[in-house]
Design a protein around this ligand. Structure first.
Ligand code: ATP
Length: 662
């Protein structure tokens, strides 16, 4: 072998030796290695060169240090024989001393006195430190130091935070909220069994009114109606005879927290009509405030039914006339009862279309929603006009009866304070939770993994197609979604899916017809009204009516026989949830709600921000067993068909955009 080759091999070997073989993690062998960590003595510190001033100070200190050194050396002498390590340390220090002394120029040693003194001082301080360290080191040497990998330091036992703990904590919070908001309010607790035949109120109700109730509604009163009427009808009948001026104060303000569909509209309408049905002259004595124009017509219908065969006049300011036209109508024909939205009321007060001098009742329906709306600062405006108009006859507090109604009555004390409540009474169910759900409501949660979220529209259709059948033949399904645009898109996509899957469906016996509509702001008011009428009135068997909408429809809308509500997008609060699901299971009927929860985020939001505020019947729970059954519908064949539907949808959207832009 030539010399070069040998030389080359040597270089390679050196190179290999220099760069260790590639690190192989599998080669790691787990072991607890007891490693003696060598105790490295800190080398004596020689102070850096210092200014003359420092040196003079130093001199004084040195004398002190020397005296203290003397004390230290005595104690050292008394101490046990120094350990081996100590003598080694001393010898090292001695050697260091000798080294340093050698470096010093011995011809004129005095000029180095300051350096030597500083050195002496440092050495003595160092010795003191060493003595202390050695004591510690001795202790350390007795401890076997074990080297561990990075691992979790054992944590103290955590008391498990159970669901019951959370429930009781939230219950305490809820009770605290209610107590804070209604501290000086008399509580009137009612329960779900408090129903009684309307005819039992015959001594409290005008015969015409009683007849209208039994003809139009039913034979028995609902719990909140029983409780409220039993308390105020006798007072209304007696006070209006004895003392017209003070009858409002004797009754006081009424706050009602009652679940959705529990008959709140009838609950406040009957006392209004009963107190006015025998009035002598027509004056504006009752105002009913509602948050949306949809509700104006609904409340108006109830009041018109109750005023049948009486001379009472009910006016609905339902915004289908201009402000000017409405103004003239009110001036010419002052109503007994006015149903209006807050913003429009402020307009008419400012235009002096109406006067509040004769007002006896102010009803706030969906009060929490109204108090959250600040339309032209309506609350302050209204109360200011009230005190101005009443100043000539009765400007004292309690000069009207305020009736505050909601399924999610606010506990916001400042908003309640704005109402200037007088001698208030609070009607509430005997519950520690803020909101009560209707008795006949069944809740289902569909827990869907994030990975399947793309198939949400398909899952919705499969839910409607396969699971919304059962005991109802004609189904009305109200689907809540987060925005108008999303409602329009979902309606288009769901129609494509319906056409595709119905045609694919070889079950010829399945003659179900689907109507899929959406109420949204892109439609004209007339179209929305027509869609709502169709949805409300049709009851054909084997028809599934799907209405997609936003939270515009979540409040108060009373559509009978809605069989199912679907929260396609989760509501943003427990209040919104209560009002959405309250569109079904109304007036003691049964109904279902399906919550589509995508991923852990939505599931924990549901638990911690919605479910926690809700009070249900003791035997009612949320059923999430159908999640897996619905997901089983996601066969590869269905997924493929769905992807085709998505493509058709995208093509339609592009065509609409090109048509829109051309
Ligand atoms: N005593 C009764 N017997 C039978 N039906 C009733 C009775 N009282 C009210 N209803 C009906 O129950 C339905 C719900 O009533 P209402 O709209 O007043 O409920 P609500 O409590 O105002 O609901 P929400 O909180 O959603 O506004 C209505 O269709 C109404 O006609």
């Amino acid at each position: 072998m030539s010399f070069e080759t040998l030389e080359l091999r040597k270089i390679k070997q050196e190179h290999h030796a220099m760069f260790a073989q590639r690190f192989d993690p599998n080669a790691i062998v787990e072991e607890n290695v007891e490693v003696k960590v060598p105790i490295i003595k800190p080398r004596p510190l020689i102070p850096a060169k210092r200014s003359r001033k420092e040196v003079t100070i130093e001199k004084n200190e040195e004398s002190e240090v020397e005296s203290s050194e003397a004390e230290i050396s005595e104690s050292e002498a008394e101490s046990e024989a120094e350990s081996e390590a100590e003598s080694e340390a001393e010898s090292e220090v001695e050697e260091e001393k000798e080294d340093i002394e050698k470096d010093v120029d011995m011809e004129n040693p005095e000029k180095f006195n300051s350096v030597l003194n500083r050195f002496q001082q440092t050495i003595s301080l160092q010795d003191k430190l060493d003595v202390n360290n050695e004591d510690k080191n001795d202790q350390e040497e007795e401890i076997d130091i074990q080297v561990h990998d990075l691992e979790q330091i054992p944590q103290p036992e955590r008391t498990p935070f159970t669901h019951e703990d959370r429930e009781s904590r939230m219950a305490a919070t809820n009770i605290a909220k209610i107590d804070a908001a209604f501290m000086s309010t008399q509580r009137i607790i009612y329960d779900k069994d408090m129903t009684k035949p309307f005819k039992d109120f015959s001594k409290d109700l005008d015969p015409r009114l009683l007849n209208n109730i039994t003809r139009q509604f039913s034979t028995d009163s609902f719990p909140i109606q029983t409780s409220l009427w039993s308390n105020i009808l006798p007072q209304i009948n007696n006070m209006s005879k004895i003392s017209k001026k003070n009858f409002t104060r004797r009754i006081g303000d009424q706050l009602i927290n009652a679940s959705t569909g529990s008959g709140k509209t009838l609950a406040y309408s009957v006392p209004l009509v009963q107190s006015l049905i025998n009035r002598k002259c027509k004056k504006l004595r009752a105002i009913v405030l509602v948050p949306t124009r949809l509700l104006i017509n609904q409340v108006g219908d109830t009041l018109l039914k109750l005023c049948n065969k009486s001379s009472l006049m009910v006016t609905m300011a339902n915004l289908d006339k201009s402000l000017r036209e409405e103004h003239e109508k009110l001036i010419i024909n002052e109503p007994d009862i006015l149903i209006i939205t807050p913003g429009r009321l402020v307009d008419h007060l400012n235009m002096q279309s109406i006067s509040l001098i004769n007002l006896k009742f102010l009803v706030l329906d969906e009060a929490d929603r109204l108090l959250n709306q600040s339309f032209q600062n309506w609350c302050t405006e209204l109360l200011t006009h009230l005190s101005q108009d009443k100043s000539s006859i009765d400007s004292l507090p309690g000069n009207i009866i305020k009736m505050i109604f909601s399924a999610t009555l606010t506990t916001n004390t400042s908003k309640l304070h704005d109402l200037n409540l007088y001698n208030p009474k609070l009607y509430m169910m005997d519950s520690i939770k803020l909101y009560n759900l209707p008795n006949g409501l069944k809740e289902f949660n569909l827990n869907i993994g994030t990975a399947k979220s793309i198939y949400k529209p398909l899952l919705l259709f499969k839910l409607i197609q396969s699971f919304l059948s059962g005991d109802f033949t004609a189904r009305k399904v109200l689907i809540f979604i987060k925005s108008n645009e999303a409602a329009i898109r979902l309606q288009s996509l769901l129609s494509i899916i319906k056409d595709s899957f119905s045609s694919n469906n070889d079950d010829t016996t399945n003659t179900t017809t689907y109507f899929i509509d959406s109420i949204n702001s892109n439609n004209t008011k007339l179209i929305n009204k027509k869609i709502l009428t169709n949805f409300t009135q049709s009851t054909n068997d084997n028809v599934k009516q799907i209405l997609i909408t936003t939270d515009l429809m979540s409040r108060g809308i009373d559509i009978n026989n809605i069989t199912d509500v679907v929260n396609y997008d989760l509501p943003i609060s427990s209040q919104q949830y209560v009002h959405r699901v309250g569109r079904t299971a109304r007036a003691n009927n049964s109904g279902n709600v399906y919550n589509i929860l995508i991923g852990k985020g939505e599931q924990s939001f549901w638990s911690n921000h919605i479910d926690i505020d809700l009070s249900r019947n003791v035997d009612t729970t949320v059923d999430d067993s159908i999640s897996s059954e619905v997901i089983e519908q996601l066969t590869s064949e269905n997924e493929a068909t769905y992807m085709e539907c998505l493509n058709i949808f995208k093509q339609q959207q592009q065509q609409q955009q090109t048509q829109g832009s051309s």
